[in-house]
Design a protein around this ligand. Structure first.
Ligand code: TRP
Length: 357
């Protein structure tokens, strides 16, 4: 039996170099493992609590899909789909929310962070807290449990969500009998933090990102904008804590990285390092950039690939949801009701009973 690996990617921003090194690349490597069955989906419903503009959500969904495809995700060997195409996820979410205690959700990091921010800004606790944010972990549990995932590759910030999915699965299983497998998280994120233009962690919220597929000239410009210290060109330099070196290492070969490390120790100018960094980044990104642009010009290809992916996973979702529905008592003892058109019934006014028309 293959290990089933599931992960969702929220379409909340244009994918950048930090996303690539930290999450996309390791997940793509996992998907190539023959002992795994990779289910990778675009978590568009999860994006709704922050992206509240339809045009933007659509565009970001295409960008994220094109990114994964351009970087080599194979939609034939992996399951690649859009969360919202599998409506069973949402049905399961409602069922799960009924066995999830509110107290558990109160402890979710993202929700708590918003409350803390509100307090420090003198606002009420519930300010900018929508139910999409509050229920986020339940929807995520539904994504995972519906498909009986073994492993869920995530970054550190999502470990708690997987623990919550286990709690929720346990709670359902307690009420209704063993139905859900308890998933394990799997940390893919490189331990090294990928720094952004200003040296802080590369993140959309710091506005310091290098978008993965910017045009060559723009990429060069961004690389030149990376902040450095003010050591003179020929002074020996530390690789530890160097933004330029961290990025270089992420794109260069082992050999090139070793040579760069030596060059730092001997003394190399930051201008030179930037030229080298641009060269290795551009080398690795040129081909995917072309594929990405091609896909975004032909969005119908993306539509079709995602639709095919949804078709492949939907039967699995339906089967599990129907088991769930049976256990909770939603499916009555009249199986044919789901398959054949039900004959209309007429009421006999005299007897107050019903008979088939
Ligand atoms: N919460 C994840 C993130 O922050 C996205 C996500 C949604 C997810 N559903 C998931 C990840 C299921 C793993 C499994 O990006």
């Amino acid at each position: 039996m293959k290990e089933r690996t599931i992960t969702g990617v929220k379409p909340t921003g244009t994918p950048h170099v930090g996303n690539y090194i930290g999450a996309i690349k390791p997940a793509l490597d996992l998907a190539k493992d023959e002992n795994r069955e990779a289910f990778y989906f675009i978590a568009d419903l999860h994006a709704l609590n922050s992206i509240q503009n339809g045009t933007q959500l659509k565009q970001l969904t295409y960008e994220v899909a094109a990114t994964w495809l351009a970087l080599g995700l194979d939609p034939e060997t992996s399951m690649f789909y859009r969360q919202s195409d599998i409506t069973e996820v949402v049905q399961l979410q409602w069922v799960l929310s009924s066995v999830t205690s509110k107290g558990l959700m109160n402890r979710a990091h993202a929700y708590k962070a918003r409350v803390d921010a509100n307090r420090s800004e003198g606002k009420t606790d519930d300010d900018r807290v929508n139910m999409g944010l509050f229920n986020y972990p339940v929807l995520m549990a539904a994504d995972i449990l519906l498909f009986q995932a073994d492993d869920v590759p995530v970054g550190k910030d999502n470990i708690q969500h997987i623990e919550m999915a286990r709690d929720i699965a346990g709670s359902y299983n307690n009420y209704y009998g063993t139905t859900f497998k308890l998933p394990d998280f799997f940390i893919t994120e490189e331990t090294a933090i990928i720094p952004g233009l200003d040296g802080r962690k590369m993140s959309k919220s710091y506005d310091n990102t290098i978008p993965l597929f910017v045009e060559e000239a723009k990429l060069k410009k961004l690389v030149n904008r990376i902040t450095t210290d003010s050591l003179p060109p020929d002074a020996p330099k530390e690789v530890e804590g160097s933004t330029l070196f961290s990025l270089y290492r992420a794109f260069a070969t082992t050999m090139e990285t070793r040579q760069m490390k030596d060059a730092f120790a001997k003394g190399i100018s930051y201008g030179e390092v930037k030229r080298e960094l641009f060269a290795v980044m551009n080398r690795e990104l040129t081909e995917p950039r072309l594929k990405y642009q091609e896909l975004l010009y032909n969005k119908n290809i993306i539509d079709r690939l995602l639709a095919q992916g949804a078709e492949k996973v939907r039967p699995i979702a339906k089967e599990k949801l129907s088991e769930v529905n049976q256990r909770i008592g939603l499916i009555l003892n009249f199986p044919s009701i789901l398959v054949v058109k039900v004959k209309p019934m007429v009421k006999l006014s005299t007897t107050q009973t019903w008979k088939e028309a």
